[in-house]
Design a protein around this ligand. Structure first.
Ligand code: ADP
Ligand code: MG
Ligand code: ZN
Length: 182
């Protein structure tokens, strides 16, 4: 059994969770043993399910620290991790260890925060992954490809859980205009 790391990144609403669920469902069809994890703090839709914005969902296990995944994941063929940007940097080590032991690790997360800055462990994960997929949302202002998550409400916290009420997908141009108050 050979392991590797796949990373799926993009802005909010870009279809990361959708793509993660698609890959995991195909692994299940192939009768592989699959587990899905997410950070305990992401309870937007459901405490345990991973849910996409178009309401696809898959059962998952919430964990606080990445090393909690090691034991349950060690017996898996495929491990999915959603909202990976919320974990600390030890996630990189944990993903490497799992892949070294033959697990296919599929990680989805925001590559940038609401300021357009690299988010948590994602840059390091992108560096060590065998496969990287960047998905795009549609800019809600102009219809171009969007790679930024624009925060519509005033808050300087890097982590602010929210939905269409607090964030919108924007292209580079419209994101920049937004930074200048438009
Ligand atoms: P992510 O996990 O990247 O936040 P999801 O997989 O949860 O994204 O949701 C993707 C879905 O969000 C799309 O299939 C579409 O139905 C919906 N959606 C809502 N707003 C947008 C947008 N601005 N651009 C693209 N998709 C959007
Ligand atoms: Mg998602
Ligand atoms: Zn735009």
């Amino acid at each position: 059994r050979r392991g590797w790391i796949e990373v799926i990144v993009g802005s909010m609403f870009s279809g990361k969770t959708e793509e993660l669920i698609r890959r995991l469902n195909r692994a299940k069809i192939a009768r592989q043993h699959v587990e899905i994890f997410k950070p305990g703090l992401d309870t937007r839709y459901h405490a345990e399910d991973v849910v996409s914005h178009n309401a696809n969902s898959i059962r998952s296990t919430p964990v606080t620290f990445p090393n909690e995944m090691l034991l349950p994941a060690s017996s898996c063929d495929v491990v999915g991790i959603d909202e990976a940007q919320f974990f600390d940097d030890s996630l990189v080590d944990v993903c490497n260890q799992l892949a070294d032991h033959g697990v296919r690790v599929i990680v989805a997360g925001l590559d940038m925060d609401y300021l357009g800055k690299p988010f948590g462990p994602m840059p390091a994960l992108l560096a060590v992954a065998e496969y990287v997929t960047k998905v795009h949302a549609v800019c809600v202002r102009c219809g171009d490809i969007a790679s930024y998550s624009f925060r519509k409400i005033a808050s300087a916290e890097q982590v602010l859980l929210g939905e269409t009420d607090s964030y919108e997908a924007r292209c580079r141009h419209c994101f920049l205009e937004g930074q200048h108050g438009k």
